[in-house]
Design a protein around this ligand. Structure first.
Ligand SMILES: [Mg+2]
Length: 227
């Protein structure tokens, strides 16, 4: 069996920075002063890690960072539900057609592996009609460390499919070096797509098992994913 674990932002869809202002507003409200991005990049990071990095970059003391984190994530999820709409989220070319072809494939199961909180993950996917392809996954709300997420995804897949799912059955599909790294950490096959913040050369430097320009060529992607 094959478990295909898809990243969301930069891989299946782009949310055009809709999350950024929501996170900054949530953090500013909590800290009681304007919190700015200070150059923190979101690519490939879990939402808890993004929140921690932004707070640290705004000189919030470490003990407060830990104390604020759960409140910040909750506030962000609430604000994000207003910010994430069909107007701000766009499916990336080929994503819907690919999932359509993959969903009925024998012995192949679709899951998520994303830094998004579970709630915002499905908000984004549903905004572009892709949520219906997924019933389980591992999320930033499970662990702030992306490398901890593949075993979570396999466990959830096992529970959903009522059979054991090994890490070696999993393929990690994502748009950043962090996606590649989290797959490699567990011996999963990795497929990188150059539709996020990293171009093909930048991803190639991290040696994914397969490197795709995008998800447009359904047949080529299908070969890469299910052989
Ligand atoms: Mg991504």
């Amino acid at each position: 069996m094959r478990l295909l674990l898809f990243d969301i932002d930069g891989t299946l869809l782009t949310s055009n920075g809709a999350a950024g202002p929501a996170i900054l507003r949530a953090l500013s409200d909590l800290v009681g002063r304007p919190i700015t991005l200070n150059g923190i990049s979101f690519s490939g990071k879990t939402d808890p890690l993004i929140v921690q990095e932004i707070l640290r970059a705004n000189d919030v003391p470490e003990d407060q960072v830990a104390a604020l984190l759960p409140h910040a994530l909750q506030a962000y999820a609430t604000l994000a539900s207003a910010a994430i709409t069909a107007d701000t989220v766009r499916a990336l070319p080929g994503a819907a057609a690919l999932l359509d072809v993959l969903a009925p494939q024998e012995n192949t199961h679709l899951g998520l592996l994303t830094g998004n909180l579970e709630r915002t993950a499905y908000l984004k996917l549903d905004a572009v009609g892709l949520g219906r392809y997924f019933t389980f996954g591992a999320f930033g709300s499970d662990d702030g460390d992306r490398n901890a997420l593949p075993p979570v995804a396999c466990r959830r897949a096992g529970a959903a499919l009522n059979r054991p799912v090994a890490l070696q059955d999993a393929v990690i599909i994502g748009d950043t070096p962090r996606d590649i790294a989290c797959g490699r950490a567990h011996g999963c096959r990795t497929v990188a797509v150059a539709t996020g913040a990293f171009d093909a050369d930048a991803l190639a430097a991290h040696a994914p098992d397969t490197l795709l320009p995008d998800l447009n060529d359904t047949r080529a992607v299908l070969t890469a994913l299910v052989g």
